[in-house]
Design a protein around this ligand. Structure first.
Ligand code: 5GP
Ligand code: ZN
Length: 115
């Protein structure tokens, strides 16, 4: 996808603060962090959201999920972290290239506020 923001980051056309990279996955810090540590894992292949994921993506998604705690620990999140996957407009997704947020450090509020 030539005009996809995260594809451009994956191709190195837009700079990022890289956390990890291999043939299939790129991990970089969020430009607008919501906590002291906030990075995102993306596949290098364009996958718009979790709604477009199919059986062929199972190994890649599993690899990304297993990478998250390793990188979280490397970033100092020894006490835990939050993973977030916003899916589709209904899920608040803003960049339509699948990504897993890893968020932690400081105090993490309850995920859903109940009044
Ligand atoms: P979403 O709401 O789609 O789950 O999250 C998209 C995330 O991408 C947001 O947290 C936003 O701060 C981040 N983001 C948007 N543009 C850029 C960018 O150019 N560079 C980086 N590193 N993060 C970005
Ligand atoms: Zn893309």
């Amino acid at each position: 996808m030539s005009d996809c923001l995260f594809c451009k980051i994956a191709r190195g056309e837009i700079p990022c603060r890289k956390v990890y990279e291999d043939d299939e996955v790129l991990v970089f810090h969020d430009i607008n962090p919501v906590a002291p540590v906030h990075f995102m894992l993306i596949p290098k292949l364009h996958l718009a959201s979790l709604m477009q994921a199919e059986d062929v993506h199972a190994a890649l998604l599993g690899k990304m999920l297993l990478l998250a705690p390793k990188l979280a620990k490397e970033q100092g999140l020894n006490d835990g972290f939050r993973t977030v996957i916003n899916t589709g407009r209904g899920g608040g997704q803003e960049v339509f290239h699948f990504h897993i947020h890893v968020i932690g450090g400081g105090s993490i509020p309850p995920m859903v506020r109940r009044s």
